[in-house]
Design a binder for this molecule. Sequence first.
Ligand code: URA
Length: 236
Amino acid sequence: MRINKYLADCGVASRRKCDELISQGKVKVNGKVTRELGVDIKPTDVVLFENRVVRPTVRRVYYKLHKPKGYVTTASDEKGRKTVVELMRKVQERVYPIGRLDYDTEGLLILTNDGDITNILTHPKNAVKKTYIATVEGDVTPEDVKKISKGIDIGGYTTQPCSITIKEKDDKFTRVEVIISEGKNHQVKKMFEAVGKTVAFLKRTSIGEIKLGGLARGEYKALTTKEIAYLKSLQK
Ligand code: URA
């Protein structure tokens, strides 16, 4: 990042004023006075203004994304698959997704650079509800619903009680709304597997009161002030 922008991001002064300060010899990079205006600052450089270290204050940003299937939720993938971060091209800050959705799952993902919000949303004590629509192969019976909703063993772990509502059925699939307050790996798929059923398609539609709404697949938008305040209020 160009040195005048770096200094401006540190709250030293406007970019133009920073150019003056640099020319006046008030800025050091890695211990040496720099009067050159075009210097590029790398993340590892230490910048001093009037002999004090300055660091950019990071603007906290919050987005919701409609993750399409065929994307991983990690920032990079050893198999070279597409990542959700690649969908956020126009966002300048380094954002990362809160929690995970499987490669073949779509729906709501929140991305931010605010570690506090990440902790709030992922900490089990806050028990934030996540809503999914699962398209399950075959017929999901009332017995299946009962077994899953009261908590079921998904291989060494018994899930918390949750809400399961059958929304519609046809001759091939049952569409089910699932609301869980935890986030074990592949949890929804495993809960249905535990009653011998296969989830053919999974979509997350909300996280607490944050809704996917009308976002198209691959589309993202900044959370509103109200949505951000809501997320902060979830801390117990
Ligand atoms: N449960 C799953 O099985 N997969 C997801 O991606 C999210 C919840």
